[in-house]
Ligand binder design. Structure first.
Ligand code: EPU
Length: 430
């Protein structure tokens, strides 16, 4: 068993370099299935969700080669089986992207209902709506979704809500369909745009990504490319919040400041100074943190994936803050762990109410999902004393070298291997 152990109270300083965006790389890796030649991704982050994706591709017959630590070559021409092994699909949410990619290539796909962080109900009805509009039939049997189409024909799809996953999956299924597809009420997140850019660089004809309406003219052939994925706005935001919460002064490198706009606006409201440069930002504080109200929204609004981190920052702000979650039903599991550290934070329906306190104190806590885990790391960095964070496999899903990166900023943080004395482990080893 591994834990992250932090002795808090050190203001962060220096610089950190941001990795490629998890939520762009995941669908891009799935999209390599559509390519008729080998593809090289220059900056694949070493995180467990990506490892899962690579294993899925290999299990279906693709040839995957690590050219260096982060550079990966994908040759999916040898892929023959349009089916993701059940346990692999249920391990994470992005397995759903194999539905669109396999359907687009084989006109057939078999993928179990996806898993992923437990943030409340996460249906895939909008994904299925798009596949149906393109001419695919779907069945659900034994927890596995199967899609079949004689051929895929371009169509009009109107999404009932902004969904990142459904928008990207519809693009993957439509990119080689016959004729034109028009997607209305699309998600506009930077990773949606990056997936379209990746496909277009191979010869796809996708127009309007980043707006409400995306138009796709189906093509027959996608050529090989070398591609570099956009930086991760949420990883960047996480380090920015950590700097603010520890009273530090850091440069966050390899970012697209435009993608950080809503996070920068929120930090400035809280009294944090953010200076923007071409591809980096400097973050520091000069006085007390101020209370505020924040509401998560689809892009370009404040991202739900930063909600646990910003709420954690507000536990040390003067006064009462309210953070409202509008995207997911249940994304506050971290609040009870923050209370163990002395935070005054209470969940009330779809909002948390936070009364700022003077300090947090270290405690043993557990991550309940990816961003909740990141929030606890930030809290531990700012707290007095020692914080031990368990269930760090959640954090490893989306943060590359988090311990090394925070160490590089001067934090007293380490990965510790512990022995599990729980009954189950003892029985297992008996
Ligand atoms: N929704 C439906 N039906 C659907 C699809 C979505 O009702 O068919 C609902 C969801 O239940 C949710 C809302 O629509 O309430 C938005 O969900 P969306 O489809 O946009 O989310 P997702 O594709 O499942 C991705 C990211 C999440 C991120 C959300 C929102 C990946 C692999 N996951 O999830 O990332 O929170 O978009 O931006 O890209 C994370 O990185 O920590 C994370 C959870």
């Amino acid at each position: 068993m591994e834990k992250i152990v932090i002795r808090g109270g050190v203001p962060l300083s220096g610089s950190v370099t941001i990795s490629a965006a998890k939520n762009a790389v995941l669908p891009i890796v799935a999209a390599t299935i559509l390519c008729d030649e080998p593809v090289v991704l220059e900056n694949c982050p070493q995180i467990s969700d990506i490892t899962f994706c690579l294993k899925i591709l290999s299990s279906m017959g693709a040839d995957i080669r690590m050219l260096s630590k982060n550079k990966v070559r994908f040759d999916t021409r040898s892929l023959r089986i349009p089916k993701v092994p059940y346990e692999m699909a249920t391990a994470f949410r992005a397995s759903s992207y194999f539905l669109g990619a396999l359907l687009g290539r084989f006109h057939e796909a078999h993928v179990a209902m996806p898993g992923g962080c437990d943030l409340g109900d996460r249906p895939i009805d909008q994904h299925l709506k798009a596949f149906t509009a393109l001419g695919a039939e779907n069945t659900l049997d034994g927890g596995e979704v199967s899609l079949y189409a004689d051929k895929l024909i371009g169509s009009l799809v109107y999404f009932d809500m902004n969904s990142v996953g459904a928008t990207i999956n519809a693009i993957l299924a439509a990119v080689k369909a016959d004729g034109y597809t028009v997607l209305e009420n699309c998600a506009k997140e930077p990773h949606v745009v990056d997936v379209a850019n990746f496909l277009n660089s191979m010869g796809a004809e996708i127009m309007g990504a980043g707006t409400d309406t995306i138009k796709i003219k189906g093509v027959k052939y996608l050529k090989g490319v070398e591609y570099s994925v956009i930086p991760d706005q949420i990883e960047a935001g996480t380090y920015m919040v950590a700097a603010a919460m520890t009273g530090g002064d850091i440069i966050v490198k390899n970012v697209i400041p435009k993608h950080l706009e809503s996070i920068i606006v929120a930090l400035r409201k809280i009294g944090v100074t953010v200076e923007e440069f071409d591809d980096s930002v400097r973050v520091y504080t000069t006085g007390d943190l101020r209370n505020t109200k924040i509401r998560t929204m689809a892009h370009p609004g404040f991202p739900t994936d930063m909600q646990p981190q910003i709420s954690t920052l507000l536990t040390l702000a003067k006064g009462t803050s309210i953070v409202t979650e509008e995207i997911f039903d249940s994304r506050f599991a971290y609040a009870k762990e923050l209370r163990r550290m002395g935070a005054n934070i209470n969940v009330n329906g779809k909002a948390v109410c936070i009364e700022g306190v003077d300090k947090l104190s270290g405690a043993p806590v557990n991550a309940s999902d990816l961003r909740a885990g990141a929030a606890l790391v930030i809290a531990g960095l700012a707290a007095e004393g020692t914080t031990e964070i368990g269930n760090i496999h959640f954090i490893e899903r989306g943060y590359e070298n988090i311990v090394e990166k925070f160490s590089g900023l001067g934090a007293n943080i380490k990965l510790v291997h512990t022995i599990d004395y729980s009954d189950n482990e003892i029985k297992k080893n008996a």
